[in-house]
Design a protein around this ligand. Structure first.
Ligand code: ATP
Ligand code: MG
Length: 433
């Protein structure tokens, strides 16, 4: 069938209802399953919206169609036109009796991975064949939810009069110090892939007031964990005339809106993934109080950082809650976080379902203090001249945060490995597909 015509005539499977009983429809998709009972042959056809049974009878269908139903391999792409019939035996309550059956693309056999709903193929192998893994409903469900999160983030930000921004991914020098950078050749110069848009979003907030981005970051961390990627995406936010409490509140409302939209729009995906999702509550705890709790619980944590175990404990104590750990020790936060007295800072982490989803805080907007903080962190202010200078000509106090897109997806869906939440993961060992 001509593809223009197919686009006009095609119905997505989820659109087919009792209204179509007795009508002729055209559907297109992938062959998910086949069964041959001699005189009767079944196909389960799947498209992005759902699946439906296609039933052919030896006596009633053309020989050509009846043969094709058995011959065409699983995951091949077909266009089928036929009559919709109510059927109590069909899993979805109705079936299509095919009158035409066209193969658009054959799937080579054997398939390198099991793409059934009950697939036991291990994650690394599935990722080797990610394009085929994405035929699976479960994989599709994860990225439908992630798509909702991305849209809902924009929805929330735009409705709060926040301006969407794009930032450079190639930078001339380290934006933060600390984490390892990937280097790149940039004509005669050495350049790096951005590890965050921190410095740029700050510069921008100092003129545009409220800005947001969905920004890709690269971190050359050598460890391979289930919660880190070497390339990940972040929801970034920065606001002028704000301290950390202003932006924690924005973060809480933003995540609540995002989760609410997933609950509203992805009921089917949540059911498929067996996830019961609640709109999270909010809890604020100073770092010192968390330290006391962990001491009582005999859970190890650092003097200026939480441990994975401490994050997990907070998740158990406050399920379905965004836990803001604030008044963070100054030594545990980067140079650009505003000090609060001698020892503390205006920095915070947000913990959700037992893992960090975001770090943020009020920033240092005073050039002299910034120079001092860089030195205190063992960094050379000369390497940050243009950044420091950007605050010399009327920079208001400002605050913001960054939240991992894949990290949030993983936690909302209870996935045990962050690689499930990224289409084409980049980790220590993986650069393809
Ligand atoms: P973590 O302590 O979990 O390693 P971080 O403190 O190094 O994270 P930040 O620089 O605070 O990370 O980044 C902001 C957010 O981005 C984190 O809270 C997390 O949600 C996400 N994130 C950070 N690093 C990674 C990574 N390597 N892979 C995936 N997501 C990440
Ligand atoms: Mg952090």
């Amino acid at each position: 069938m001509d593809l223009m015509q197919l686009n006009k005539e095609r119905k997505h499977i989820s659109e087919i209802s009792s209204k179509n009983d007795g009508q002729k429809v055209t559907v297109a998709g992938w062959i998910y399953d086949q069964r041959d009972l001699g005189k009767i042959r079944f196909i389960v056809l799947r498209d992005i919206s759902g699946q439906i049974q296609v039933t052919a009878l030896k006596d009633k269908s053309s020989k050509e169609i009846f043969d094709a139903m058995a011959k065409t391999s699983r995951e091949s792409v077909v266009v089928i036109t036929g009559e919709v019939k109510k059927s109590d035996k069909a899993p979805e309550g109705r079936e299509i009796i095919p009158e035409s059956f066209e193969v658009l693309a054959n799937a080579a056999q054997p398939l390198p991975i099991d793409v059934s709903d009950f697939s036991k193929t291990e994650l690394p192998k599935r990722l080797d064949y990610r394009f085929l893994d994405l035929h699976r409903r479960r994989a599709q469900a994860i990225f439908k939810v992630q798509s909702t999160l991305l849209q809902a983030y924009r929805e929330f930000m735009v409705s709060n009069e926040t301006i969407e921004a794009n930032f450079p991914a190639i930078i001339g020098s380290s934006s933060e110090g600390g984490t390892e950078l990937f280097s790149a050749n940039y004509f005669e110069k050495k350049a790096f892939l951005s590890q965050s848009c921190q410095l740029y979003k700050q510069m921008l907030a100092c003129s545009m007031e409220k800005v947001f981005a969905v920004f890709t970051v690269w971190r050359a961390e050598k460890h391979n964990t289930v919660r880190h990627l070497n390339e990940s995406r972040q929801f970034d936010y920065e606001q002028a005339f704000a301290n950390e409490f202003v932006v924690m509140d924005v973060l809480a409302r933003c995540v609540q809106h995002m989760v609410k939209r997933v609950v509203e729009l992805n009921a089917e995906e949540l059911k498929l993934l067996d996830v019961k999702l609640n709109i999270p509550g909010v809890k604020y705890i100073p770092f010192s109080e968390v330290a006391e709790i962990m001491k009582k619980e005999k859970i190890h944590m650092g003097a200026d950082d939480l441990s994975g175990e401490a994050e997990k404990k907070l998740g158990e104590m406050y399920p379905d809650t965004i836990v803001f750990v604030h008044d963070w020790p100054l030594s545990g936060k980067p140079f650009y976080i505003m000090p609060k007295g001698e020892k503390l800072s205006c920095g915070f982490d947000a913990i959700y379902q037992g893992m960090e989803i975001s770090s943020g805080g009020q920033r240092v907007h005073l050039p002299e203090l910034l120079t001092e903080r860089l030195k205190a962190k063992g960094l050379n202010p000369k390497d940050f001249t243009s950044y420091i200078d950007s605050f010399r000509y009327g920079a208001p106090p400002h605050a913001g945060w960054g939240m991992g897109v894949e990290r949030l997806t993983m936690l909302i869906l209870g996935l045990t490995n962050i690689r499930e939440a990224v289409l084409f993961p980049r980790d220590r060992d993986r650069l393809t597909p």
